[in-house]
Design a protein around this ligand. Sequence first.
Ligand code: GLC
Length: 408
Amino acid sequence: MLAVTLAAGCAAAGDEGGGGSGTGGTGPITFATGRDTTAYLQPLLDRWNQAHPAEKVTLLELPEAADEQRAQMVANLQARSSRYDVLGLDVILTAEFAENGWIIPLERGLFPLDRFLPPVVETALYKGKLWAVPYTSNAGLLYYRTDLVDKPPRTWAELRDQAREITKKHDIGGYAGQFLAYEGLTVNFSEAVQSAGGEIVSRDGGEVTLDPATGGTALDFLIQGVREGWIPKESLNYKEEESRLAFQEGRLAFARNWPHAYGPAKAELGDKVAVTRLPGLNGPGSSTLGGANLAVSAFSKHQQTAQEFIRYFTSLENERRVLTEGSFPPVWTELYDDPELIERFPYLPVLKESILTAKARPVSANYNQLSLVIASSVAKVLGDPTPESADDVAASMKSELEEIIRTQ
Ligand code: GLC
């Protein structure tokens, strides 16, 4: 393994100096990341550990939900704790963590960024610097039951008609996604807005671009499902895990989920499961760009080992395993074009297209506040899908978002 020169000094993106020790030490490290719900990580980490007995990595699993992962990381970093060395950072967190000096800038030349999917690399950059290394990408897919669906839907109207029909004939729920009030709902609602041709907040986080009529159309798609029952009521409590289980246990005909649900669904349902692009208002929809990047804590005492570990964990060899063992979308472009992998994961071309056409969430150090407003407004109306008009809900969401951007 090549020795890594540190981008020492740990300058933060903002005016605040990074609090990092910047000592660049080597030694055992801790990798803090969201819960490993499909239990694929430890064997991958064991390979590193065998080769690096003096620099072993310990997995520290944070909660499953994106918001709770963030909360735990923020608490740790605000306390300037050296407990976490490598952070599995949701793509939405780069700006906030860089701006606060909680992670250190990395030297671009050390990582094969030009071989990664370009939109994925973008998520790791902030104010011209690289703050993390892409590890997994993510795009939402529509899972469906091939034994119940003749032709996969391309539009919301087709999805609605098929879901209505199937739930009438069979004892099964129609459609669900991640509808609990948390980051997952922000993702699902952003996808609905994009898939109706709109956007909620500009990419640079500086302007609320939501058109209330488009927002209303997107909301109506979900409201109608809940009202008519083809979106089951219990799905208003679903995060990724609950929707994955509901689908793989045969309780849903259609589900929106990330690709990591594919392996387990295949294991349970075999040929009865397939995936396609998310549907939209007038044709195929567009996904929100998800994923995780690996960053080095500014308070880590073993930053050199942390960076070497990141080089290993994002290498082509390991990324192949991230796909084959974890069914997570790798970041290396060439893996999407590998015939052997395509045979085993037939959705790879659809996934590549979904990632390349996905929309990133706004880059903002206050992203979390924006997202809380989006998720809570949508959850409120889905929980009580009757009183206000959807356009009014979208209009008041818009003004709350504007208020946050104005006062930040
Ligand atoms: C997935 C995505 C992540 C997103 C989260 C929302 O983990 O990779 O980007 O924020 O889901 O629940």
